[in-house]
Design a protein around this ligand. Sequence first.
Ligand code: GAL
Length: 742
Amino acid sequence: MEANSASKWFFLCMVLFLSLQLTKCAVTYDRKAIVINGQRRILFSGSIHYPRSTHNMWESLVQKAKDGGLDAIDTYVFWNVHEPSPGNYNFKGRYDLVRFIKTVQKAGLYVHLRIGPYVCAEWNFGGFPVWLKYVPGISFRTDNEPFKVYVSVSVSVSVCLAMQKFTHKIVQMMKDESLFASQGGPIILSQIENEYEPERKAFGPAGYAYMTWAAKMAVGLDTGVPWVMCKEDDAPDPVINTCNGFYCDYFSPNKPYKPTLWTEAWSGWYTEFGGPIHQRPVEDLAFAVARFIQKGGSFVNYYMYHGGTNFERTAGGPFITTSYDYDAPIDEYGLIRQPKYGHLKQLHKAIKLCERALVSADPTITSLGTYEKAYVFSSKSGGCAAFLSNYNPRSTASVTFNNQNYHLPPWSISILPDCKTAVFNTAKVGVQTSQVQMLPTKTEFHSWDTFNEDLLAAEDDSTFTVSGLLEQLNITRDTTDYLWYTTSVDISSSESFLHQGQHPTLSVKSTGHAMHVFINGHLSGSVFGTKEVVRVTFTGDVDLKAGRNRLSLLSIAVGLPNIGSHYETRSTGILGPVVIHGLDEGTRDLSWQKWSYKVGLKGESMNLDSPNSISSVDWVQGSQVAENQQPLTWHKTHFEAPEGEEPLALEMTGLGKGQVWINGQSIGRYWNVYAIGNCSECSYSDTFRPKKCQFGCGQPTQKWYHVPRSWLKPTNNLLVVFEELGGDPSKIKLVKRSATSI
Ligand code: GAL
């Protein structure tokens, strides 16, 4: 090769090498901040969970987050949707994690990937697949081999399942797509486990051993970016322990050389069916963030920035609502919520003006009065920035700082990026409030077809009979919310209650979550648990006839638990006793007699929710049957999509409880249960300053159910409703959501 062309090649190779080096970025940390490409950064991040919106919404959500002044998007990884059965993976549609991360990357934002794989998150079973519970000898989230590295040996293959395998898999997927910042991708941080500290303490040495194993396992995956453990004060080096909460200014990392990170700044709160709606005033949230930054914090993630929707049966709990709106800056439907969004945007802007000062110096704290302080960050390299705070919850303070006067409203912080001009105060909201309306659309649901479930739960091929009462999840494996328990009650014609016009009383104890009681195909009553009291007991008079009676109990799961030590051991379903009182013999205990079990509903096995369901189904046609108020009824209709771009929702008026689908896609569970709570009450960050308030008491907790536009075709959309209690589907409305500034 000639010298000339050799040097050309050398030059080209160097350019290529350098450009590759430039796009890869090194992420490390020091005591002040996360350090990206040698720069300490103040970072704002927001949680957006990819399965809680459709992939058509992702781009716009991420863009709004960017416009709101965020640097990063944070998401959990939801194991149970990705691995519905051992070794079978699903990363399609809403579950396309790589596509979600690439969407964030395209917008130029970073990612914090919280792999967990325990996530809590008000998500079904805290993100664990239900099959994991049935791995022999398993115990979740502790020093337990089956949980950590379960190896299943079949005839010819051995597959490693469990936590380590899933974590490896996700990390490998990210590496294969070069998504870690060390590879040029957007992921700058990853999380292993989630809020493990309470469990570690409860589990003693086994908890500590598991926690240190999990940290070591994660670090060993060599992602080139730091790992965090949230709410785990013992997180071993190099893992960073981080804070979650309404406030985190009291928090310090466990080593002086780690940065102060806030992985969950709660922007609002989740809702439970039967409970009120929670809202967090933005003044308090902004105050909390400014407090954290002035104390030396350098990373804030809003949990949630967009909460979204618990589609299908992904809501945890039990009783977490289908809406996961969270009073977040972007609402469930993807619309900007003002003034929350705008006020935080201004806060981010003000803090970013201070970034160089904040990362270059430690604050000098001076008292300006009893409740007033100045936090001054000053250095040659970073200039000067100051935070003036008034912690008095009741009165405005007038303070003098650097020979100038400043008025600080109660419970507020002013930000001075040049140590002179206050560009922002957390309590002064200058952004207009958005007025949200659910407006009618032209769509009408004309004619309904109806299919009634068999209220006797008559036996078929899927029925099996055993003596005694069985735990529900063990039978359904959560393939459905529903399990039928059926038995016979023989009554002799000489029973005195038959001749005295009285009724015996039935008592059924269930470990949760809800239950309908049928005697000879008639609904005798229903009971529903609450988040606080999950167990339910049915007690009621029952209409028994002489001869053989059929007692059918439909037990209903309403979202599996997602929190608490060994929540995997909690039972669901009817474990008894089931007894009848008031017979001549006194009390008859039915618990140990023969019970027939049927998993799920007939309509479920016939895929009535799907446009491709078998055609031989005997739907009863015509609108008049819509007035049919019989329990356990399927209703279907076709409709045209409304014009326009506004987000849509179903208003489920006229119905009780059930599930709803559009074009075979599950909108989720609905339940017209009224919110009880103390709606005049707030919880306080201080005696006078509310951090979270309750609303909506005396109204259904959730009235509207998000219908993603992308699930609709222009015409001939199939709407299917399964109603448990009996209701009138003709009252359902399709409405559109509008948010305007006032
Ligand atoms: C945290 C948890 C989150 C979520 C939140 C409440 O403790 O880490 O996953 O459950 O509480 O919304």
